[in-house]
Design a protein around this ligand. Sequence first.
Ligand code: HEC
Ligand code: HEC
Length: 171
Amino acid sequence: MLGINSEGRVSPFMPGCQAIFTQIGADGTALHDRKIFTTYDGLSGLAQNPVQPHTVTTEARTCEDCHASRKAVGLGSGIYNSRANGLDIDFELERIVDENGKQIQATNHVGARPFNKEEQQNILRVNTCISCHKYNADAAFWKKVTDVTGFVKNDEKHKEMLENIFKKGSK
Ligand code: HEC
Ligand code: HEC
């Protein structure tokens, strides 16, 4: 997932640390069972931090990996159910922010933060365009698009086409 680091730049984030505390008493019973603490600021005691993950390659991720991904913008993948796994929290371990930009998990880096609402929406709306304008689209893919949309002769035609798609989509 991505967020803003302490230098104000977009950075990958990873867990660090997500402490979940269990203490077993002398009699073998749990005195604390999977307890998650709360920070002074009222955030969960689970933290995700900016990191340079040593995964640099010459091959870039695809546009969709970020622009069509809830997880990449910090909203979690929607797959993991914390409560069903015995944790006393209503958010995923990989969710650091809600859709309104409210930070959920702590970070230990001064000034680091998840994306706010506007940033999340700006990133995710790019996918509207990528669905047709795939950066690595070959002629066969583009023909599929224009077979449906036709070639748009100018900006006005493009706007009309998009408006039609949005209207159909909102029904
Ligand atoms: C590793 C994640 C990642 C990948 C891969 C990626 N982007 Fe982005 N993109 C971002 C982030 C994060 C921002 C917001 C940057 C900011 O606000 O400073 C952004 C911003 C943009 C914007 C500006 C959006 C706006 O409304 O301001 C466009 C357009 C865009 N990306 C297109 C693309 C295209 C096309 C590709 C594929 C060739 C791509 N991106 C690949 C993460 C990514
Ligand atoms: C439903 C498919 C579709 C979507 C979604 C779409 N476009 Fe297009 N776009 C096209 C087609 C078709 C053309 C015309 C291609 C041609 O005439 O050769 C085009 C042309 C363009 C051009 C002109 C490119 C050129 O070489 O002159 C730009 C810029 C553009 N689109 C931007 C966008 C942006 C920004 C978005 C997202 C808001 C977007 N498009 C979403 C289908 C789409």
